[in-house]
Ligand binder design. Structure first.
Ligand code: URA
Length: 475
């Protein structure tokens, strides 16, 4: 029996080294116990790394898989990976058999780790703290489902290169001082901070060693005035956003999601079980956003990063309803920010319609997709999914009370009108809706992107712009 003690819960290099040596000495998986050095008494005094020289060949695909699986919280992960490595010697095509129980388990873990990383990217919310008089840093508390903090920290560094920040988690704390990324031991979840206690908590875990002299505040502020950093500082750093009007940026930042309140999340969960849910419960758009994210009324939430509610002024006279968030909307938590959003923005500008004055939302609030390799490909929602989500759209309509609602494409038409209509036939008409709003129908911007024939594409784009202008004239 061989006991291998790794340096940490995420010690991929240690696992790789030990696994290589074990394979070379032909130590079968049943003879190996994997454990992590937790600094406790030396229970396994006989444990020693096996000594072996030589190389073994494994595919980059397996190494990628192993790198992700190591981040899973399952205690069986090192063992599972070594068993896979062992079997690969006699079954080189093993990874191509998704039904094999070891492969299926590892792929499942990989998916869960990827989802935890996506969630971390989407849900970490920074709060400004005073590092020293007149100096600032940003701090966030987050509890990832798996040990993805070290692997995900470089994403935040890329995004917030100009911002000194700490992300505190129970596993490990990541700190970026605008020069170096460092890690310190995890924070105690037993005293997980309330929003307003974050600063004191951060002081316990890092501020003692924080060096504010290294902050370059003026450079940071040059990027974006500080008042825009309120809830979601990254909004200031999404280059695409900066191309749009100041007014739009302000609206979006002001509307950025904040952490759902427990009461609302509980109400949303109740709504999930209520077959007759009609969206009557939420009293504010913030409640809708929290409820959408907590919604379990159909299975689409399982593979999505987050629920994406609408955004825009709470009294907007014009509402646009799209189909569902796409890949980029799912990550950003905001509607129409990806490729379809760019077409939409261009057409709005050509039609003279200010997006900042409209409320923009979707019929379905979670991203429906299928995985093709690493890509998440859009899938059209089914009627049952549109119906499950209807209550949220009803709530947005009831709270915003727009005068005109524009349905973009077939899914939105079904959700807004309650029945299917052909877009070509319904364009140019005004539909009187039950809530006193007027309904207008037009193409979905993705349809324009997908139309291959340049002449047909140009014609559809012209029609789209004309329809947007028409809707605005009704307002
Ligand atoms: N397509 C939609 O229908 N909505 C979005 O938010 C993005 C793409």
């Amino acid at each position: 029996m061989r006991i291998v003690r790794l340096a940490s819960e995420t010690d991929f290099d240690g696992w790789r080294e030990a696994a290589r040596a074990l394979r070379l000495t032909e130590m079968s998986p049943a003879e190996v116990i994997w454990t992590v050095d937790d600094g406790a008494a030396d229970l396994f005094a006989e444990a020693a790394p096996p000594a072996a020289r030589g190389e073994i060949k494994v595919s980059p695909g397996f190494m990628d898989l192993a790198r992700r699986v190591v981040l899973h919280r399952s205690a069986a992960r090192f063992d599972l990976l070594y068993r896979l490595l062992w079997r690969l010697a006699s079954e080189p095509r093993l990874l191509a058999q998704p039904a094999d129980p070891d492969v299926a388990r590892a792929r499942d873990m990989e998916r869960q780790v990827n989802r935890a990383a996506h969630k971390m990217k989407a849900f970490v919310r920074f709060r400004e703290v005073q590092a020293e008089p007149r100096e600032e840093a940003f701090v966030a508390w987050f509890e990832p489902a798996h040990r993805v903090t070290e692997a995900t920290a470089p994403f935040f560094v890329r995004r917030f290169a100009n911002m000194a920040f700490s992300i505190l988690t129970p596993d490990v704390c990541a700190h970026w001082d605008r020069h170096a990324l460092t890690f310190t031991p995890g924070a105690d979840p037993a005293d997980a901070p309330a929003e307003d206690e974050l600063e004191a908590f951060w002081r316990t875990y890092y501020a003692a060693t924080f060096n504010p002299a290294r902050l370059r505040l003026s450079a940071m502020q040059k990027e974006m005035p500080k008042r825009y950093w309120r809830n979601l500082p990254e909004a200031a750093l999404i280059p695409e956003l900066t191309r749009h009007a100041q007014a739009r940026t302000e609206t979006m930042v002001a509307q950025s999601p904040s952490e759902p309140q427990r009461r609302i999340v509980r109400a949303a969960r109740r709504a999930s079980r209520d077959a007759a849910f009609d969206g009557a419960a939420p009293t504010t758009l913030q409640e809708v956003a929290a409820g959408v994210d907590a919604c379990r009324r159909c299975p689409l939430w399982k593979d999505a990063t987050q629920g994406v509610a609408g955004e825009g002024p709470s009294q907007a006279r014009l509402m646009f309803v799209g189909e569902q968030p796409g890949d980029q909307e799912d990550l950003a938590g905001r509607p129409f920010v990806g490729p379809a959003g760019q077409v939409f923005d261009r057409a709005l500008a050509d039609a003279g319609v200010p997006r900042a004055e409209a409320y923009v939302t979707n019929a379905v609030k979670h991203f429906k997709h299928e995985l093709r390799g690493k890509r998440r490909l859009h899938k059209t929602p089914e009627t049952a999914e549109i119906e499950a989500c209807r209550g949220w759209l009803e709530a947005e309509r009831r709270l915003v009370r727009p005068r005109v609602i524009v349905a973009l494409g077939a899914t939105a038409v079904r959700a807004v009108m309650g029945k299917p209509l052909t877009i070509g036939g319904a364009r140019g008409q005004v539909f009187q809706l039950e809530d006193q709003a007027q309904g207008v129908v037009t193409w979905h911007p993705s349809f324009l992107l997908r139309t291959p024939d340049p002449a047909a594409k140009a014609r559809a784009y012209e029609q789209f712009v004309a329809d947007l202008r028409f809707a605005w004239s009704l307002v």
